[in-house]
Design a binder for this molecule. Structure first.
Ligand code: DC
Length: 237
């Protein structure tokens, strides 16, 4: 059981959950826990170590020997792996395309859950991922499941990659998203699914701020907004 309140946000890739979770956390003064970043950090380390991405034992060993921290800094959340800043590196297509092995490995998940629950002992969290409401913080007082159509999600990802200058087409991204949806929701350990008590939000036709306001309204109703703050100036998406 976590001692501090946790707002659990789950959903598929491109549902807007990272941006929304970060904004909601800023507004209510909770820390933001990006659990996808943790799986990405393990994936990066496994790739660098030359480990077989289909070898559960080797992947578990990598996770067990990893120190992963999420540091809140004035420049945003920094992901620190074994003392080194990997914030940008973990967003590469190579990491994205190889995260499946580690994320379906029970031993890796055990280690990640342990680190994630430890974060909740340090203070209130907005925790975002695939299994926050179903497994890691099954006792969270508020759970959201964010979703959007594949078409909309592919366009969102395309815009992000285009902004970074990545050479990728909308069609490729749509295909990757469908594949990741299938993998995320059919893996045997902690598959992506909506917790029974989670509030479903379809963000397909909503802007970021609209979704944030919608979630804040629900948190307010539930009495979780004692520390609510005004939106930060120049908050980027
Ligand atoms: O949300 P993301 O794309 O940054 O997640 C990276 C990978 O980690 C993706 O393959 C899904 C997986 N993941 C997971 O299995 N469980 C989580 N709680 C978060 C992410």
């Amino acid at each position: 059981m976590s001692q501090h309140p946790v707002v659990a946000i789950d959903g598929p890739v491109g549902s807007g959950k990272s941006t929304i979770a970060r904004r909601v956390a800023e507004r209510i003064g909770f820390r933001y826990l990006d659990t996808g970043a943790m799986y990405r950090a393990v994936t990066l380390k496994a790739l660098h170590s030359g480990v077989d991405m289909n070898d559960p034992q080797a992947l578990t060993e990598v996770a067990r020997s990893s120190d992963i921290r999420l540091d809140a800094t004035p420049d945003g959340l920094r992901v620190v792996l074994d003392g080194g800043d990997v914030t940008e590196e973990i967003r590469s297509l190579e990491v994205t395309n190889n995260a499946y092995g580690p994320s379906q490995t029970a031993g890796v998940r055990r280690r990640m859950v342990e680190l994630q629950r430890r974060e909740a002992e340090r203070g209130p969290l907005v925790a975002e991922g695939r299994d926050m409401g179903t497994v890691v913080f099954a006792d969270a007082p508020v759970k959201f499941y964010l979703d959007a159509s594949v078409e909309v999600r592919a366009k969102r990802r395309y815009a992000e990659h285009a902004a970074k200058g990545d050479d990728v087409t909308l069609e490729e991204l749509r295909h990757q998203i469908e594949l990741r949806d299938r993998r995320d929701s059919t893996r045997s350990v902690s598959p992506l699914r909506q917790a029974e008590d989670a509030i479903y939000v379809d963000t397909s036709d909503m802007g970021i701020e609209q979704v944030v306001d919608h979630l804040l309204g629900i948190l307010r109703e539930k009495g979780l907004l004692d520390g609510e703050r005004a939106p930060a100036d120049g908050a980027s998406p």
